[in-house]
Design a binder for this molecule. Structure first.
Ligand SMILES: [Zn+2]
Length: 225
């Protein structure tokens, strides 16, 4: 059962297409996995549609037929240059470390953007998902017994669990859980007996905070790219 969801503000941004591409992927992957947020998204879509209808009926009552025709023609002409989307291969399975994972639809549709897996340190692997030129988005795989040194963030870190379980000082997170942390939170993500595949985005490099792991700050650039 999913217990950790995006805020309503993020869901509105998701529906309105106002999030960064990386954040859109993380929130979208959560929505793929969360019936509760699917319902929320549907409600928000209906509310937004009603607003658009109200605005357009107000506009149309002020337009003469000739003006409306001219407007339609402009809209029609302006769309002639828009290219049809190209069909891409959709791959909903990835394998790593001898295991196979099923990707939720948002990720599966973007599977062509998933780069090569790279081994970072002992129990951590990462594969970039290249959808956003400015904000890195990564699949992060933690095998059993992994620990990321305690760190905080200059910006925001948004994570969704795709498969498995990890925990930090605050809670335990399972399939579908969405976690948003900022510079006010320090945390030490870790796995125990089970592995974990997550999708995560950072909008600024992470900062390692405790003892010896301060020495690892260059390591944060491994995540932030
Ligand atoms: Zn949810």
């Amino acid at each position: 059962m999913i217990k950790s969801h995006p805020s309503e503000q993020l869901l509105v941004g998701y529906v309105a297409g106002e999030l960064t591409p990386a954040m859109l992927m993380v929130v979208g992957t959560h929505v793929d996995m969360c019936p509760h947020c699917q319902q929320q998204v549907q409600d928000i879509e209906e509310q937004l549609a009603q607003k658009v209808m109200q605005n357009s009926s107000r506009v149309s009552s002020q337009l003469s037929i000739a003006e409306a025709d001219a407007m339609l023609e402009r809209i029609f002409n302006s769309q002639q240059g828009i290219q049809q989307p190209v069909a891409h291969e959709v791959n909903n399975l990835i394998s790593l470390d001898g295991k196979r994972f099923t990707l939720p639809p948002t990720l599966a549709r973007n599977s062509r953007h998933i780069g090569e897996w790279q081994h970072m340190v002992s129990h951590l692997w990462r594969a970039p998902v290249q959808v956003d030129e400015e904000q890195p988005l990564n699949l992060i795989y933690m095998s059993e017994g992994a620990q990321v040194p305690e760190h905080t963030h200059k910006g925001q870190e948004a994570t969704v669990v795709i498969n498995g379980v990890f925990h930090d000082e605050f809670d335990e997170y399972r399939d579908g859980d969405f976690i948003l942390l900022d510079g006010h939170h320090k945390h030490t993500p870790a796995t125990q007996a089970e592995d974990c595949l997550t999708l995560a985005t950072l909008d600024a490099p992470m900062q390692f905070t405790s003892g010896i792991s301060r020495l690892l700050n260059p390591f944060s650039s491994l995540f932030f790219r």
